[in-house]
Structure formats: structure tokens, C-alpha cells
Design a binder for this molecule. Sequence first.
Ligand code: ATP
Ligand code: MG
Ligand code: MG
Ligand code: MG
Length: 509
Amino acid sequence: LRLCSKSIRSSFLDNFRSQGHTIVRSSPVIPYCDPSIAFVNSGMCQFKNVFLGLTPAPHPRVANTQKCIRVGGKHNDLACAGRDSYHHTFFEMLGNWSFNDYYKRDACRMALEYLTRPPVSLPLSRLYFTYFGGSDALGLPCDEETREIWLELGVPVGQLKREGMKSNFWEMGSTGPCGYSSEIHYDLKGDPESALARVNADVSDLIEIWNIVFISYNRTSPDSIVPLANNFVDTGLGFERLVTILQDKRSTYDTDLFEPLLQTISKVSGVKPYSGNFAASHITDLDTNYRMLSDYSRMITVALADNMFPDATAKLRNVVRDALIISEDVFGVKQGKLLKELTYSIAEILGESYPELREGLNGIQLIISEESRIFDNLRKGAVKEWKTLVHAQPELSVLNVMEEPGLVSGVKYLNKQLVREPGEMSGETAFTLYDTHGLSKNIIEKLAAVKKVDVDLGGFEERLNQLKMSSKEKSASNLPNISPADVKDLPQTTDSAKYNYHYHTDSKK
Ligand code: ATP
Ligand code: MG
Ligand code: MG
Ligand code: MG
């Protein structure tokens, strides 16, 4: 018997419910009144104001499964998604919180018990634990207390690792709640000799699964942190990674969360099936494209279901266009058809936990069709005109107009600007290329290099920030989002049909 993903998700919520936690909903992926982040990137985002003492805690202990997106800012995994076997643009984070209730000892004990007892039953010998080693710069001591706790709980000393600020002092952004963290890693390879050296070494055979954060500080400026009035526990367990381990796989793409998506791509396109190869994690590799498209399609579906709109300022439009490019150029399926088929599979796999995916399916597919139509027209018109431009300016040929149709109008605009202000691309000009012509920062820099002019990136960033702030304010004011004060409780019984917290098993293994 192997546990299917639904039963694994349920097992976490059931476990923490039985330990006195109230199960709350995932917040939408659009941050609630918080312009400091573009997407909700962890379970704690909806509780930020509780930590800061600005909002009362909804309950002393809560747990949930949170939809997270990491494509920008402090947490950006866009470049790894599809290339490695364990980072996604969209993922689910299982979490439990204590709002000035239990603290370090109980948080560590509950995590260890969940992982090592049925139905999860991971062998302790495969688990590795990190603790915060202190910071001279901030005048923070080593977290000996947490080290002692793990030892008392039975963790062998050879499975503990002291780590620094980068991995073990968790911060939500440049300011805000923060604190020491202790992480749990799993050795997929099962080689105790080399395991400690592989912890936090960016390898796919020993991966971080759970981050337990002891929130007790607030960072007020780059070199100052002050203690908070209370102590909090904030944990995040990577769901897809846990499922990978429990289904005895090496990659998240081999689990029941992704397999049906990879099959849908092959079935709709007629291209030979996914073969699970990571040897050539490159953009021209078929398996990598399979992975990228399945990953992007989940992120797109979830973001659209939460009413995020793919406008020029949002990363979402870039991801939609990348998915459309892969669908057409690699899998030969036009007009967003593949992406739309994938939304059915995603609603099927995740719809029970996140009903908005099923309820929003029509709207999601309409937007995909519309985005595909706009992008198609742009690309068609662009190719012809681009040929004329490249004929006159051969240096432009290194740029790919199929991926950036805005290059046509962008180059024409830039040429005019450079006649007026020769030698330099001003921040304002760069911003217009971004905002009006839809070019990415990366392409703007390439374009400047091709035209042999300097670009005022500082001025560009400044204008970009202004735009982001104003669009955030606009969207925050008309969002139907929940606030931490009225986090909706889910039914607390285990027999709820809607949320279906029953163990499901299948007999594949
Ligand atoms: P990593 O070091 O692997 O990048 P992280 O330290 O950035 O992870 P945290 O911010 O501590 O991650 O998030 C808590 C947990 O969420 C992680 O322990 C991991 O299991 C999971 N997680 C983080 N990023 C991703 C991602 N991009 N895709 C899938 N799971 C993730
Ligand atoms: Mg990370
Ligand atoms: Mg980490
Ligand atoms: Mg971490």
C-alpha cells in the first residue's frame, strides 16, 4: 500500500487537529493589504499582523495547508522550477502555528512525532536537523536550547547540524517578524556517511522538508532587530516533497500530484511520454519542458482562481506566455488548448482541498483563451515587421521576437528616444519599454547592450516601484480577501464530506 497525496494532506491536518489545533483555510495567493510581497509565499503571511501584535490571534493553535507561489522577491524559485526535482513555482505548504501558546519543545516534539509515527513512519535514521548557530553582526547567541531539545527527543548527535543566518534565521522580508529556525531534512539516498555534508548543499538527494521557525523578533531596519512582546511558532512542511518521500519517488514529478499532468500533455500533444530524465536539465530538453509546463500550469490555474489578473505588471503574464510558448513550440498545440486541458486535471487533483479551482474553471479557461489570442496576434504581426527592422539593423538579430513580440514597437520607440537623448537610455525610457511595450528587464538590458548604450537601472527600478505600489493599493481596496481577524474555520469533524479528511490508499505499490 502506498499513501496517496490526498490522504497524506489529511493525515497532517488530522494529526494537528488532534493536538488541539483549529484548521483554518489557505488564504488566497494574492497578499492581503501587504504591498511588500507580490504573492503569498508561505503559510505565515496571513498571520503577519498577529505576530506584530496588531491583530488578535484567531485561536491559540492553528494548522492549515497554504497555497504558496515563489516567483519573485526574497523567495524566487522560477529559475529552478522544472530544472530540479523539488522546487516549484506553486506549492502547498502544510503548517502549524502557536500564538503565544506552546513553544520550542512542543513544536519540535510534534514535528518529530508526526514524521516518525504512523501513517507517515519515516525512519529517524534518514532525518537530519539544523539549528541556528548565532550571529555576531546582530549579537544573537547560538540556539543551544533547540539543539538540546532534539537530543532529548532522541535525535543522534551525528544527525544535527549547526547553520548560519542564510538558512536558519528566517525573515519574511527586509523588515517584519523574524526568528531562529530549525529545519528537518530527509536523505533520499540513504547514505549516512555523506549526509551531513549534503544538508543545505543544493542537492536533489537530500532535501529540506520542514522549517520550524521561532518567531520572537521584529526587524525594524537592516541592522536592528527588537524582541517581540510574545513568542510564536510558525512551521512550514513542503507537501510535494513529503508526498515524494512517502510514495517512494525521487522527484515530485513522479508523484500522483504531477503524473496525471505529464500524461495529459503527452495525450493531448501526441508527443512521446515523459521519461523522468534529469540529466539534461536544459530548456531544449523534452523532459525539462514537460516539467516546466506542468509546474507553470499549476501556478497559472491557482493564481487565476484567486482572481489575479495577468496584466503587464504581474509576473503571471510572463509565466502564462512561457507556458504558451512551450505548448506551441515544443508540444505543437496551439491556442492555449493544452493549458486549458491541464486546468481540468489540476482542478481534479487539487479541487477537493481548494474548491475555488473547480468553481473558477470556466473563468480560468476564458482568460487563458484570451491571453493566448492576444499573444498570438502579437507574435504574428511582430514577425513580419521584425524582419524589416533586422534588415536595417542586423545587430538586432540576436533577439528573439517570437518570445518578446513587444520588441517591434519597443525598438521603434527606443530609436526615436536615442535620437533625442543619444548615448544613454534613461530610467523613464526603460520604464516605458517595460510598461507600454511589455519588455522584461532582462530584454531591456540586452537591447541596451545591442544598441551600445548605458541604461539607468536605478531610475527604472524607482519608477517600477511606484507602479507596483499604486497597483497594489488599487487591488487591495477591492479584494474579497479574508483578513486574519476573520480567518474562516473549516469543519472540525473528520467526517466532513466537503473537505474529506479521510485516509485514501491505493495499491499501486
Ligand atoms: P529550500 O532551501 O529547499 O529552497 P526554503 O528554505 O527556501 O527551501 P522555507 O522558506 O523554509 O523553504 O519553506 C518551508 C518549506 O517549504 C521548505 O522546508 C520546503 O519543504 C518547502 N518549499 C520551499 N520552497 C519550495 C518550492 N519552491 N517548491 C516546493 N516546496 C518548497
Ligand atoms: Mg528556497
Ligand atoms: Mg532552506
Ligand atoms: Mg527553510
